[in-house]
Design a protein around this ligand. Structure first.
Ligand code: CA
Ligand code: CA
Length: 408
């Protein structure tokens, strides 16, 4: 832009690729965000179509050429003649002020769609644009986030960004275009969006998604509780799924009955959307007490010593291995308890494959009273075997034994 010292000197300004002779008479400035300072006089600065501003002028005002009309706004380009000035508005109209001696400030009635202006010494010129036709609706380039998995499912809500474009058309109207659409709920669904361009053409778009947020449900066939040592037990996960995608895989760890005691296994199921459920099943591998002697309510004398013998067995009544039995014996894991007495550790006889503990029947028990005897085996704090028997105090035994016991 030239200064006022160059009044009257012809200058060339580039006007959308066309060289136009111009005469600069006053200093102009357009106050806008980015446009005026670097742009040639009289043109809409590239990329500045959406930027408009007001005008400030100074210098020779003999014909009012620097008296900017009050309220002049939405200006996208300016031009200065010797005695008049022009402003191009964003809506394609032109305002002129200053000298009109040669009609240079008399903007033709109906002048519209102006894309560029220039001012000569005492004349004005404008380029009128040709209205373009846009009959093509905007088109989307849909992108969903997060992406679906390999099976085509998501386990969270999905947002589709439509990314509308209008090619070389009038351009999209951001206020009339959906930027994103987000899924609601579960199941297969079609997300849709629309966009209208500045010429009024509306494009629509759809994008299918499949949402399953619900993890599978597991009901293992093994409910927990006691499982016999050495037994063959299979467990099924029994997985079901809601949410739409269905079970992709399910499994349980094997039931381990190789050692007695408390154990845990897990069952896991995953649906096709990637939701996973894991449940834990607690169970106890236990032993049975077999060949228990004496049988319940065996008569005995008060004050007598009663040997209690039994075998610990696993599945099918098969006695447990000697090594395991010996280990239980050594750690006093197998005990025999007479009511009211301290528990007695049972010892293992590998030849007979039996456990034995002798319990002492108290003296002075009422004849015919039944004294329970319990057998327990533990692993840690968990009971892995239990059984009961009993002895009955004999009436006559008490009468005949009493004098002897008193005598001792
Ligand atoms: Ca269009
Ligand atoms: Ca599911």
């Amino acid at each position: 832009m030239r200064s006022s010292s160059e009044v009257g000197a012809p200058a060339l300004v580039r006007l959308r690729g066309v060289a136009v002779a111009a005469v600069v008479g006053v200093v102009f400035a357009m106050t806008a965000a980015s446009a005026a300072s670097a742009a040639p006089v009289g043109t809409i600065p590239p990329g500045a179509s959406a930027t408009s501003g007001t005008v400030v002028a100074w210098g020779d005002n003999a014909f009012g050429q620097t008296a900017v009309p009050a309220g002049l706004a939405d200006v996208v380009a300016i031009a200065a003649g010797r005695f008049h000035s022009l402003a191009l508005h964003s809506d394609g109209t032109v305002t002129a002020w200053g000298s009109n001696f040669f009609g240079q400030s008399a903007v033709p009635a109906g002048l519209a769609n102006v894309v560029a202006i220039t001012a000569g010494y005492v004349l004005s010129m404008a380029i009128v644009g040709v209205a373009s036709v846009d009959e093509v609706a905007p088109v989307p380039s849909a992108a969903q986030a997060p992406a679906a998995n390999a099976a085509g499912w998501n386990n969270t809500d999905v947002t589709v960004s439509w990314n509308w474009s209008d090619g070389d058309g009038s351009g999209i109207d951001p206020a009339a275009c959906q930027a994103t659409t987000t899924s609601v709920g579960e199941g297969a669904q079609i997300l849709s969006g629309s966009c209208t361009d500045r010429a009024g053409n509306t494009g629509t778009a759809t994008h299918p998604v499949k949402i399953d947020k619900t993890a599978p449900t597991l009901r293992p066939t093994l409910k927990g509780g006691l499982i016999w040592y050495g037994s063959k037990v299979t467990v099924k996960a029994n997985a079901t799924d809601r949410g739409g995608s269905g079970i992709a895989s399910s499994s349980c760890q094997p039931v381990n009955t190789s050692t007695p005691g408390p154990r845990t296994l897990t069952c896991t199921a995953t649906d096709r959307a990637g939701n996973t459920t894991t449940v834990t099943v607690d169970y106890v591998v236990g032993l049975t007490v077999t060949k228990l002697s004496p049988p319940a309510k065996t008569k005995t004398k008060a004050g007598s010593a009663v040997p209690v013998t039994f075998t610990l067995s696993g599945s099918g009544g098969k006695p447990i291995p000697a090594t395991l039995a010996q280990q239980l014996s050594t750690t006093c894991a197998v005990k025999v308890t007479l009511r009211g007495n301290t528990a007695t550790c049972a010892t293992y006889n590998p030849t007979k494959r039996t456990f034995t503990a002798t319990v002492k029947i108290p003296k002075n028990l009422t004849p015919r009273s039944v004294i329970p005897i319990s057998i327990t085996a533990i692993a840690g704090t968990t009971t892995i075997a239990s059984a009961t028997t009993s002895v009955t105090i004999a009436r006559e035994t008490h009468r005949t034994e009493h004098p002897e016991q008193s005598h001792r």
